[in-house]
Design a protein around this ligand. Structure first.
Ligand code: EAX
Length: 335
């Protein structure tokens, strides 16, 4: 391997201030004239998204002999998730790791997966997404001006707030809860009697700090990596919905790739997704204890069955809006 080349590429990438550290440390070759791709995500580099993006960058370099260098833009540096997805559509951002939160506004088929209490556990969600049903949704992206390389993971979402230790659906009544810009989620919270406030993620911390919202809901890895314990008192492990993540790519970039490169990008995204899922598990293993140590009161067993029951009117609507047969097939999925 030519070390001076690596150093030159490293300096070039370092010069931007934001870089693919994993790539440079990973021992992968960097081609003489590498193509630099911009990848954006909403969480810090140490998050599950950061770990997944780094693993993707490393695998991509290995699979393409260093032709592609991924420059990382973590922590909303390129805007909120909705803006980043628009960036991919326009071709101003090459790659985005995002939750499905705002994706339904672009590819409505993803919304089916945002239905509350649809998946029993991680094995169920991952199995459906990695199988035929998940692939069929990935295949819908091109007609909406986007490429989806692979499903990643954000995790099961739990509720935090500053007013009350939520154990029953009634406790949620009147709470101002920030939701993602996702009308399936908003419908669920309206049905529970909360006041859902759709908001882009970059604004959430300040909104909690200033009390313009009482609470929010996110997976443990996001609550931990976002330091939400600093501004939220109560955490209820509602696990009310599974939050998938995606590796999205700009079609303008995708169209430039050879077939072999397209395969390399997809395989690398799958490796990134696996690393992301592992990191979600790591965060979940010690995250709750960390949040308790940081001062949060944790309700470990809110009444999930009653939450699901209280959502009946919302389910009736989802069944009208989405394919009820598909919902049935997803629910019935077995490993
Ligand atoms: O993708 O907006 C959200 O709450 C997301 O879960 C977060 O940005 C991670």
């Amino acid at each position: 391997m030519n070390l001076s080349l690596i150093r030159t590429a490293a300096t070039a990438v370092l010069g931007t201030g934001l870089l693919a550290v994993a790539l440079l440390g990973g021992g992968a070759a960097i081609a003489a004239d590498p193509i630099t791709l911009k990848l954006g995500y909403s969480l810090p580099p140490t998050s599950h998204y950061g770990v997944g993006a780094d693993a993707f960058a490393k695998a991509l370099a290995e699979k393409t002999d260093g032709k592609y260098v991924v420059e990382m833009f973590p922590s909303n540096a390129l805007g909120g998730e909705r803006e980043m997805i628009e960036g991919a559509q326009f071709g101003t951002i090459d790659l985005v790791v995002t939750s499905t939160g705002p994706v339904g506004n672009f590819v409505p088929d993803t919304l089916t997966f945002d239905i509350p209490f649809l998946f029993r556990d991680y094995a169920h969600a991952r199995g459906v997404l990695d199988g035929e049903i998940g692939q069929a949704v990935l295949d819908k992206f091109p007609e909406r001006g986007l490429i989806a390389l692979a499903w990643g993971e954000n995790g099961f979402r739990h509720l935090t707030n500053n007013k009350v230790a939520v154990t029953e659906p009634e406790d949620v009544k009147g709470l101002k809860i920030r939701t993602m810009q996702n009308d399936v989620h908003m419908r669920a919270f309206t049905t529970l009697g909360a006041l859902p406030t759709p908001m882009a993620f970059p604004e959430v911390f300040t909104a909690m700090q200033q009390g313009t919202i009482d609470g929010q809901e996110n997976p443990i890895p996001v609550i931990v990596s976002g330091n939400f314990a600093q501004v939220q008192k109560y955490l209820s492990l509602t696990g009310h919905v599974y939050s998938p993540a995606l590796f999205i790519m700009a079609p303008s970039r995708w169209d430039e790739l050879s077939d072999a490169e397209k395969t390399a990008f997809k395989e690398a995204a799958k490796i990134g997704a696996d690393a992301m899922r592992k990191q979600v598990e790591t965060f979940e293993a010690d995250g709750i204890a960390k949040l308790e140590a940081a001062g949060m009161t944790v309700v470990e067993h809110p009444d999930s069955a009653r939450f699901a029951e209280a959502l009946a009117p919302a389910y009736a609507e989802y069944e009208k809006r989405f394919d009820p047969e598909l919902i049935k097939r997803i629910r019935a999925w077995q490993p």
